[in-house]
Write a new protein. Structure first.
Lengths: 380, 380
């Protein structure tokens, strides 16, 4: 089937060979998609089975959200409300989600996950990474990932999310479980492995053990690090060749140098900093050093219950010193790099025909019009 | 015609006599609306011409947006982009909008305004104040207000928005025009008069002259003040008995004391502070002193191009030390107070049947889920 999107006022290709600047901007463009793959950009007048008139609006690649925790049950609005009224955030609330998720049936989790996926799609996101990490036992971690696979190819085993109830003071034993039977049960359903390297979660040796076991099982590597304070996460991620290290709020010059000299993407999750009243990362330093950056929602019920990449872009521009062009690219091409994908996050011949038509003449409106749902149509 | 909204999981009435706490929360509620007026809250099983099943969701009064500049032409995304990349904001960009607005036909302005009104409605806002102030000559200010009246009863003459081209160094002469022929042409189409009391706009004597002339012409009074620095705006607003003084970012203890001892509402416009990288007001001090506060979008193409009251609520909670309950009340009942309206901003017998059904079980989700369009249905 051939789809032509034409009368595009401004097209973001993310390919400098196709258009102006780093975003490869093309004015008055069309995109031809054949069986889900872009076959040409810029040509018009093609014969098509389906035609979408963008009516002069801006079109960009669908957002690539490389960090979500989408399969969960329960609601933590009360915890959020308390935190906003002044209670400190210590992350302990994850256990509330763990209990609710374990207790939910497969079908309950399917319905909840499908609704969140639909919300992401309406918000313009066409590629979504989904982590486990709210079950924290062998059977339920594997169940989470089996369910996640029904919705996305980008599934991540995050058994090392936190030390679960029953393992207090025995984190090493829990890590043995994660690296052994849990990994064995989960690896068939996962593309990636991840761990939470932070004071209060797991230390650098525990995280290294998890990543090494995951690599041995054939999984790609990613890491949570440097969210709540300085720490070894970024250095470990670079040492291990992780595709991405996520949060990156507290970075030393050495951390930034390590990122810049690697192909590990620094993924920022500014909606988390918004919803936990943490400082925002200084993306400017990281970009200026030459590292690749991404933006992701970190959609989860505790620290960032948003599906809106547009919101993350607006925050990145307002509070992380990113230009709008940088933020839009980080939400598309950057997310793709964080998932080691070259087929999404861009609109070039051969890439996936995943695109977003805005209710706006320019991608700049994603930051210029904060809070406004500007996604007219998502094509996937 | 009778409308029943039932199966409401949580109803915000804003009437402590009807339910729990300052928000008058009622669980498992229904609302009966007869010919556009609420006739009962809490009763169910009514005979109705139309029935809406809220399916257990949260219902609240439609938002009251007491500060917008909705009638304008042109786009200032480039100015926004430049400002975010580091150029200072001096407000001079208003002249760009003035030229475009003067040049637009009535029908062009109608189409643009209707689209923005529809966007506000989709975002849950059911009462909208609209200011003039982008024409700055007699005929076009009157034209702006004639067009605004087609969309709302809450129209505000803001001839004293800034000194227009042609009056440089002659602000007093321009104020004479505003208080004389311009007011005469505009008053028939306006409920309110407003002025911009700020260094770079108009001084306290000029603003007092505008407000006095407006009052003599039968208009209600409002004022922009204390946005970019400390100044006399708040004190003038209280002295003149303005319904509201808007921005209120820079407040002295004396300003707060004056507000607390008056019935002038302090209206905060946090999306403006977001989009201009200004500091946020400290709402906590103002609320704790006992003043009435409101939230509004200040929707305009220069400093705050959003229609999303939900976004303002999320910012107020994150960055202005307001609780979620306070922010939701400021966006409904507070906005109504800023317009001296007792028929909107609440859902009580006798009030307007303007309500919002959320895609969420609680109004807390408006801050808990930032950037997510949670308005399932707006009823007006």
């Amino acid at each position: 089937m051939t789809l032509v999107v034409d009368d595009i006022g401004l097209l973001v290709t993310n390919d400098p060979a196709l258009g102006a600047g780093p975003l490869g901007l093309v004015r008055d463009a069309s995109v031809v998609v054949d069986d889900g793959v872009v076959v040409s950009v810029g040509s018009a007048g093609q014969v098509a089975d389906e035609r979408i008139d963008a009516e002069g609006a801006c079109v960009l690649p669908g957002f690539v959200d490389s960090h979500t925790h989408l399969v969960f049950a329960g609601d933590r609005a009360e915890e959020f409300t308390a935190r906003m009224a002044g209670s400190p955030y210590d992350g302990g609330g994850i256990r509330v989600t763990t209990e609710a998720t374990r207790a939910a049936s497969d079908d309950e989790l399917r319905v909840l996950t499908a609704a969140r996926m639909a919300e992401l799609h309406r918000a313009g996101t066409t590629t979504v990474e989904v982590k486990s990490g709210y079950a924290l036992d062998v059977d339920d971690e594997a169940r989470t990932l089996r369910l996640a696979v029904e919705f996305t190819d980008e599934t991540t085993f995050l058994g090392a999310h936190l030390v679960p109830i029953g393992y207090e003071g025995r984190a090493d034993e829990y890590i043995d479980l994660v690296c052994g039977p849990m990994l064995e049960a989960c690896a068939p359903h996962a593309r990636w492995i991840d761990a939470f390297c932070e004071t209060g979660a797991f230390d650098v040796d525990q995280c290294r053990a998890v990543l090494e076991s995951g690599r041995a099982a054939g999984l790609g590597l990613r890491l949570h690090g440097n969210q709540l304070g300085h720490g070894p996460g970024v250095q470990l991620a670079v040492e291990m060749g992780c595709a991405s290290v996520d949060h990156c709020t507290y970075l030393t010059d050495a951390d930034i140098g390590a990122l810049a000299g690697s192909d590990t993407v620094a993924t920022f999750l500014p909606a988390t900093d918004f919803s936990t009243r943490q400082p925002y990362p200084d993306a400017r330093r990281v970009i200026d050093a030459g590292a690749t950056v991404a933006l992701a929602t970190n959609c989860n019920p505790g620290s960032s219950f948003t599906t809106s990449m547009s919101f993350c872009i607006a925050l990145a521009v307002r509070d992380m010193s990113m230009t709008i062009d940088e933020a839009v690219q980080a939400a598309t091409l950057g997310g793709a790099a964080a998932l080691r994908r070259t087929d999404v996050g861009r609109l070039t011949p051969g890439s996936a025909g995943h695109l977003v038509i805005l209710d706006a003449p320019s991608h700049h409106h994603l930051a210029y019009r904060p809070g406004v749902p500007l996604i007219r149509q998502t094509v996937r």
